[in-house]
Design a protein. Structure first.
Length: 273
């Protein structure tokens, strides 16, 4: 089985990657209608349009960085550079360690930094500005933030010494599980808590979208929940107590595309960072 996984993700067609992204959004969009966490009174299609715009810009930027990431991976593997190249383990353990490390460096760490450095935070604010968090929010990233994340993906690939099949597997999992943990779905509390011991569950990530600290500065995880538990950034707040958005932004601007694009450069947008 592991050989089949390696083979598939070594040569995964671009069409399949697009289908994974679109299929995940479609699937969780349908589930949201059946078991919603919050009964939002909003135009779901209008809300989705701005988030899909940011999804498209993210895809374009990732495509622009694709060659650099491939070259970084090929160079690291060819020269024995990176943590994974220095260990001799089974293929399954190699896969698990690789996913964990890529998630730590390429997702958790850059996310944490974005909350601590003021000019980076202003780009990331666009993601937090959404007052109706649902599965389309997963890829709501300002183009500037998409560049940060692409750069850290490349850094993660080099530090890990990750072969491209592992990078493709990670990015596919990241896309679907991010759509899952942003989805406006209500799972039984016992199930959500059980899931959150391994991967980031919907309720766990919704805490991160609360409009004020300390919740905003917690639960940075993308795929695995272990990093927040390990580094002391895990926070449990009942979803009934959550409010989406940011205290420093006007909620009415969350679907104003021009306003959202200008946030990082607008001196009138204040932050205590």
């Amino acid at each position: 089985m592991i050989e089949n996984i390696i083979q598939y993700f070594s040569t995964i067609p671009s069409l399949h990657r697009a289908l994974i992204l679109a299929g995940g959004i479609t699937f969780f969009w349908i589930i949201e209608g059946a078991i919603p966490l919050f009964g939002f009174k909003y135009n779901k299609w209008k809300h989705a349009s701005i988030n899909i715009f940011f999804t498209i810009t993210t895809i374009v930027i990732n495509f622009a960085f694709a060659l650099l990431i491939v070259q970084s991976s090929d160079w690291a593997v060819a020269n024995g550079v990176g943590l994974l190249q220095w260990v001799n383990v089974s293929q399954w353990l190699f896969l698990i360690l690789g996913l964990l490390l890529l998630d730590l460096i390429g997702a958790w760490f850059i996310h944490f930094i974005e909350h601590k450095i003021k000019w980076m935070w202003k780009f990331h604010m666009v993601h937090h500005a959404d007052t109706h968090v649902d599965t389309t929010t997963a890829n709501r990233h300002h183009p500037g933030e998409s560049v940060f994340r692409a750069v850290f993906t490349m850094i993660g690939v080099i530090v890990c010494g990750a072969p491209m099949w592992l990078v493709m597997l990670y990015q596919s999992m990241s896309a679907v599980l991010s759509q899952f943990n942003h989805a406006n779905i209500r799972l039984p509390l016992w199930l959500d808590k059980a899931i959150s011991w391994v991967i980031v569950s919907p309720d766990m990530h919704k805490v991160h979208h609360h409009y004020v600290r300390p919740q905003t500065d917690s639960n940075y995880g993308n795929i695995f929940s272990v990093w927040d538990r390990l580094f002391g950034t895990f926070n449990y707040t009942p979803v009934e107590q959550l409010r989406y958005g940011l205290d420093v932004l006007d909620d009415s601007t969350d679907e104003n595309l021009a306003y959202q694009l200008k946030i990082p450069f607008d001196s009138k947008v204040k932050t205590d960072y």
